[in-house]
Design a binder for this molecule. Sequence first.
Ligand code: ADP
Ligand code: MG
Length: 705
Amino acid sequence: MTLSLSTEVRMIKGVGPQRAELLAKRGIHTFEDLLAYLPFRYEDRIHFSNIKDILPGGTFTIRARVMSGQAIPHKHHYNAIYHLLVQDAVGGLLPCKFFHGGYLEDRLKAGQQLILHGKVEIDKLRPARLEMINPQLEMLGNGEPDSTEVGRIVPIYEAIGSFGSRAIRRAMYAAVQMLEAGVPDILPEALRARLNFPSRREAQIHVHFPPPNESIEALNTFRTPAQQRLIFEEFFLYQLSLALDRKATRKGNAIAFRVREEKIREALKRILPFKPTAAQKRVLAEIAADLEKPAPMNRLLQGDVGSGKTIVALQAAVIAMENACQAALMAPTEILAVQHYLSARRILAPGGYKVELLISGMKFAEKSAALERIRTGEAQLVIGTHALIEDQVQFARLGFAAIDEQHRFGVMQRKRLMDKAASHGHAPHVLVLTATPIPRTLSLTLYGDLDVSVLDELPPGRTPIQTHLTSEPHLPGTWESLRREINAGHQAYIVYPVIEESKLELKAAMEEFKRLSKEVFPKLKLGLLHGRLSSEEKDAVMESFRKNETQILVATTVIEVGVDVPNATVMVIEHAERFGLAQLHQLRGRIGRGAAKSHCILVGPVRMTEEAQARLQAMVETTDGFKIAEIDLQLRGPGEFFGTRQSGDLGFHIANPLRDKEPLELARKEAFSLAEDANQSAALEGLLRQLPKEWQRRYQLARIG
Ligand code: ADP
Ligand code: MG
């Protein structure tokens, strides 16, 4: 019997219906999905270490048998420490400790054969002795251990619920033996041969069960030919979807704007409330060069918090309006939309431009009137939230659209805004703005279909923000220094982690607000801002903070993006350990916007995890968004860093944009050349036809998304 890639997993020996259900929860339905479930590590079980040769600090794999074992009880059985003594074939003895190891008591009997893998440490109480603490442990079957367990390089899998590493390995082994011979290759044959990659089938097998002569080091750093091929393949397909997308965009016809005329240059200068930085000038020139062309602009403007992205977007809007087109600016929150609206009106109304606000919280009559003005073209620049992409919105002639804080939107929403304009036969020029600076390989992945402009300079006259880390018992001192700032005429934010606007968290923030108003700052005016307020309430709260009628704004993360009140010089972030680094950086970007020195005070618990400590320490040490993004990535890994909002699940199984820079660059080059090369359209079509299901789903997303 042979198995094909589309065989359902429950048909595989060693899986069955129950485990199939566990797998289904992880999105693993077919044999092909299962093959994509890769080991996170490989163990050399051809050459075991002798216990007499192990050294402290090193990581070793040992084959031994149980001599004795004992759980040192604790009042909670779960917390017992299990002490194990093992002996290897040549008589070496090694003690091991397992924290929370009480459960091992029943499982390990004297004589049981084991594989232990872990770091060797010096026993703190008896420095002459070595031990392993919490090594990974695998029990070998009694009798002759089978060939999936020893005598080979063994793949180690993350358990899936009760489906353990060893059981996964056995099922995988059995399945791989039966994999049909005719697995089609996805990569065009010429490309595969040129890059000297193994076939897809061979790579899929070797990545689970490497040949015995494979280097264990290469395996564990994902550098074997099989791994490199699969890594390349994932990047290649992903980049191909970007390339095709981009090709489709390029074909769209946009309105070529006039940008060089004296009248337009004058208009651009006239609206500027300040002297632009060199970076702002350069970026505007890059944008203008795109706007002149009849192919739609699709550009990312990346710039750290406070680098002055808004005005650049407004200038591009002015170019559109001067060309008798409408412009749109979409922001992720109502607060930000309203703020943009107010400042755009201040800047643009004197020039006679008509600025319109569109948010869902507007009164019906107001909204209908706004929609009407958008439809007739009377509204020239429309600023709003997601409300802009609702079905009822019809633009007369949308020529330019900007999306602020793109990381808060999905790719889908970007595309929907573009479609808005397509209705009058032209694709709009699109500019997306983001303050999340990321390394090149990541931006190739996330924004690979966009051209990139970077604002790498902050406007002059900013005093760097000082960041302090403190703990809850020191809050009274914190409130004292906050009071001093306010007495000096400044304003402050106090932020609470109501991240998903959960009711309980919100209640806690509201109670803190009451307590602060009554007990801590009875003489000051405090405002409270959170996501559950109506639009009008939010406006009122922001407006009185802007006017300095309230001195302290107690807020949830609704102020995370964009809010711009230069007189605010203090931000206290409570439970700072609960925020991600990127979020902390965004929050902190709300201060340090004027000339006065600003302070950000991060309040954490007395004890926190090492990871949280590292995060907060990074905030204290740097205000450079780029560095913070790098640290964030190191701490969290790319999966979480991307977040689901940002990218949809990119869904790489083996590829890692941070680790695999070279394959990514190569894959991008090859994918774009395949997509652009008319002579290769047959190869391209063949490839698209036989894409695995999973990629077909993702392509679908790329097509619409
Ligand atoms: P971000 O890039 O975070 O969106 P903003 O566009 O909100 O930044 O700009 C931050 C602040 O800096 C705003 O108050 C804005 O008016 C001001 N600003 C922007 N560019 C300049 C400049 N060239 N000179 C002085 N102030 C500027
Ligand atoms: Mg902004």
